[in-house]
Design a protein. Structure first.
Length: 137
């Protein structure tokens, strides 16, 4: 296990995730969160807790990088495929728990979020795989 490669891959994953996340935030999530804030003002934060978001993003990227290292994922295509299913799996669990325990989500949101998370995971995974492969040399 090459910890340096995993940490650099994780950092690159966080940056890539933030970059594509901004796009999807503006296109979809901003409106969803505004609606939830209006409907549940005592439950929703007025502004996202960015430190928590970055920490969670690093956790996901770190786990993905560890998997990539162990599984030998080191190409654009395999990084995208593996990044997509890993992200989808994580957010199926997170959204499923949210749906089971609160009224803050709907099946429509659940499905759209899984699709967006898959695209984000594919983008991030592809970049991480290429960077990690380069670090192996």
């Amino acid at each position: 296990m090459d910890l340096r490669k995993i940490l650099v891959g994780s950092l690159v994953g966080v940056i890539a995730s933030m970059a594509i996340g901004i796009v999807f935030y503006m296109l979809y999530y901003q409106g969803q969160l505004s609606d939830l804030q209006a409907e549940f003002p005592s439950v929703m934060n007025a502004e996202p807790l960015f430190a928590v978001g970055i920490l969670v993003s690093f956790g996901q990227a770190f786990l993905t990088a560890m998997y990539f290292d162990k599984a030998g994922v080191d190409a654009l295509k395999s990084g995208a495929i593996n990044g997509a299913w890993i992200s989808a799996a994580i957010w199926i669990v997170a959204n499923g728990n949210m749906m089971a325990m609160t009224k803050l989500t709907t099946m429509d949101y659940f499905m759209v979020d899984i699709a967006i998370s898959s695209v984000m995971g594919a983008f991030t995974g592809a970049i991480m795989a290429l960077v990690m492969k380069r670090m192996s040399k």
